[in-house]
Design a protein around this ligand. Structure first.
Ligand code: PLP
Length: 347
């Protein structure tokens, strides 16, 4: 069975495609996690009284496996996703999956679905780990049983035909997270409330919403489900992690990379008025890595950046980070983890 014959890589978009196998482990409240097993990808059975379905006791992660230019399959800082999932589990009253077990599970799922990893430059294998309270529970309390699953899905390149700057709208109506809430973890319940605002912004011609902070309604928090950056006079600014912002792994990597390249990076509260006068803006997350921002509108006031072209520093950071991720550039920071795969060409 040749992989070329099966999958049309060039028609692939950022949408859902089922793959061969998924991983599942379960654990009772109070017990330690035991490694799970691989099973064919498919529907699962769950109690209607499951904690995740009734009270949103659930978390997700998002990461990518890529075909490196050397031919191997590589992950980008997966231990960070494992640590973030464990932090989220503690916040939502779930037993944290040990990071070593997380990494082992990720490697198993990717290796077992290796034929779904696109060739270099044709996209990635998106990896979706989830942790849910699956035990039945009537009262609002942690579920008696937990399920940790991982499924994967091939996705096409985020920017087909090159990067295009996006236009964003500042929301003066909605906030994403409040101090003391769950904004800093990938709690499933954080995402549905953003769907309607984002859909409305899209029907007005914007790619996404910019959320300001819920207390003063003045400082940028995030762009939909991505972190925000701007550049002014050669200095890079990004909102500091105050507990309402999701600590992106792309964000952390851009900061380290930019400092290494000699840029000054300032993590502080980033005022929307300051941003409207910035030189370049971009947002960052696993899916797109970096998306240049061409325009930001708040009410009737719109600012355009770099004549709606990709800014020079935005481009430099995008090229450097994606170069490391596909091993075009050397991995000076030790961010790449190779997945041991016994490549099978025929079965
Ligand atoms: C996942 C996510 C990000 C980006 O995190 P990465 O680790 O870089 O993918 C940013 N903001 C929100 C709200 C997210 O859910």
């Amino acid at each position: 069975m040749s992989e070329e014959g099966l999958i049309d890589w060039d028609s692939m978009t950022f949408s859902f495609t089922p793959t061969d196998v998924m991983y599942r482990a379960t654990c009772n409240q109070g017990d330690a996690w035991q490694p799970g097993e691989m099973e064919p990808y498919g529907d699962i059975t769950i109690s209607p009284a499951a904690g995740v379905l009734n009270y949103g006791q659930g978390l997700f992660e998002g990461m990518k496996a890529q075909r490196s230019v050397n031919g191997g399959i590589v992950l980008f800082r997966p231990e960070r996703n494992g640590a973030r999932l464990a932090d989220g589990a503690r916040r939502l009253g779930m037993p944290p999956v040990p990071v070593e077990m997380f990494l082992d599970a990720i490697e198993q799922v990717v290796a077992a679905n290796a034929r779904w990893v696109p060739p270099t430059g044709k996209g990635a294998l998106y990896i979706r780990p989830v942790l849910w309270g699956t035990g039945a529970i009537l009262g609002v309390a942690p579920a008696p049983e937990y399920t940790f699953m991982i499924y994967v899905c091939p996705v096409g390149p985020y920017f087909k035909g090159g990067m295009h700057p996006i236009a964003l709208k500042v929301s003066d109506e909605y906030h994403r997270a409040a101090p003391g809430g769950s904004g800093a973890v990938k709690a499933i319940g954080n995402y549905a409330p953003g769907m309607m605002p984002s859909k409305n912004a899209k029907s007005d011609g914007f790619a996404e919403i910019i959320y300001l902070d819920a207390v003063e309604h003045r400082y940028i928090e995030e762009v939909g489900a991505a972190n925000f950056f701007c550049v002014k006079d050669g200095v890079i600014y990004t909102p500091e992690l105050t507990g309402t912002i999701l600590p992106g792994i792309t964000r952390a990597s851009i900061i380290e990379l930019a400092i290494h390249k000699g840029y000054k990076v300032v993590e502080e509260k980033v005022d929307i008025q300051f941003v409207l006068e910035a030189d370049e803006c971009f947002c960052a997350g696993t899916a797109a890595v970096i998306s240049p921002i061409g325009a930001i509108c708040q009410g009737d006031v719109c600012t355009t950046y770099c004549n709606n072209q990709v800014g020079a520093i935005t481009r430099e950071l995008y090229d450097a980070l994606t170069g490391i991720q596909t091993q075009v550039e050397s991995d000076e920071f030790g961010w790449i983890r190779a997945v041991p795969v016994a490549e099978i060409s025929a079965e």
